[in-house]
Design a protein. Structure first.
Length: 83
């Protein structure tokens, strides 16, 4: 069976790196309440031909990650990476 990572299209590398850079830039200036309005989500979904639920899900996930990052984890906990 082929590893899914071997199927990565190298043409996406620069785009994916830019996405990571933009996420980092947003993280550096965002406050805890930096969730876009439903009107912005609707506007962006139309402008960029994306599902509103997808965009909303991204921002919810991002905000939850920011919130959860402040919670302490046990020192004995072993994190298992999927990648």
């Amino acid at each position: 069976m082929t590893d899914k990572r071997e199927q990565y299209d190298s043409r996406l590398e620069k785009i994916d790196e830019q996405i990571c850079g933009l996420i980092n830039k947003r993280k550096s200036i965002a406050s805890k309440s930096s969730f876009p309005s439903p009107q912005l989500i609707t506007s962006w979904s139309t402008k960029y031909d994306l599902y509103e639920d997808f965009l909303g899900g991204y921002f919810i996930t991002y905000c939850m990650k920011t919130y959860l990052s402040h919670i302490q984890t046990q020192k004995d906990f072993v994190k298992i990476s999927r990648y």
